[in-house]
Write a protein of this length. Structure first.
Length: 259
């Protein structure tokens, strides 16, 4: 059984879907690197990145998976285009577009597949950090115990740390790992730089679908901050919060949040 199969047991998602997600995320990342290198920093670079990356992904998915629906941040947001879809690709062509425009490394590409409302495969590319992970090949993360000294590295938004962080800081000696872009923060947990990714205040399905898919395939728990499953393919793609951590840490942070 592949890592992608773990996400939705018995679903028609295949290893080929995870491989396609990786291929498309990588190719889009290369396209964006080329655009970055020939375009001065600023809003024009940001807007061109969003548009070019979306056009490429929309074209390739229409060619490679013509029967599947697509939800893209830069595409149509009319829910009739994906409502009730059996197979739905959720993509963020340029996660962290403002950072891309400014010239930072904290931006990426997200490509995820949802089958019957549940994550089935996904890939995240962060070209500036030379990082590419997918649900089919990601290495499993050991469920190590909580640090004996009560310390916890929590990755949060640079600009909008969640108010729920206060509850975690009352329960643990927190060290903040401030990052931009959902994929970059998820990579911080996968790489062991952070123990927890905590977010509230709003995202959209394209922000977190691919990072969640990769995290779950690696054995991490990825849920809403109340511990419930994150739904996908909703008519309203707003996704208010998330909590990603290895299972032991996830349970402890969830207890702190509930307390």
């Amino acid at each position: 059984m592949s890592a992608a199969d773990v996400l939705t047991p018995g679903s028609p998602a295949t290893a080929e879907d995870a491989a396609l997600a990786r291929e498309l995320a990588a190719a889009t990342g290369e396209l964006l690197l080329e655009l970055r290198d020939r375009t001065p920093p600023g809003r024009d670079r940001e807007y061109a990145g969003d548009a070019d990356a979306h056009a490429y992904l929309a074209r390739e998915l229409a060619r490679r998976r013509p029967d599947d629906a697509v939800l893209s941040e830069e595409g149509s947001l009319d829910p009739r285009t994906w409502h009730g879809a059996h197979r739905l690709w959720i993509v963020d062509p340029l996660d962290g577009s403002s950072g891309f425009g400014r010239g930072t490394e904290e931006w990426g590409v997200h490509v995820a597949l949802v089958v019957d409302g549940r994550l089935a495969a996904g890939a995240v590319s962060v070209p500036g950090m030379d990082a590419l992970v997918d649900s089919g090949t990601v290495e499993p993360i050991p469920d190590d115990p909580l640090p004996a000294d009560g310390s916890l590295a929590v990755t949060v938004s640079r600009s909008r740390p969640p108010i729920e962080l206060r509850a975690v800081e009352r329960a643990f000696a927190v060290r903040l790992v401030r990052r931009s872009a959902a994929g970059v923060k998820t990579l911080a947990v996968l790489d062991g730089e952070a123990d927890v990714y905590l977010h509230s205040g709003g995202q959209y399905e394209w922000d977190n679908a691919a990072p969640m898919a990769v995290a779950m395939a690696a054995g991490l728990r990825a849920t809403r901050i109340d511990g419930t499953e994150v739904p996908y393919g909703q008519d309203d793609p707003y996704s208010p919060d998330l909590l990603i951590a290895r299972p032991t840490v996830h349970a402890a942070v969830l207890e702190a949040l509930r307390g």
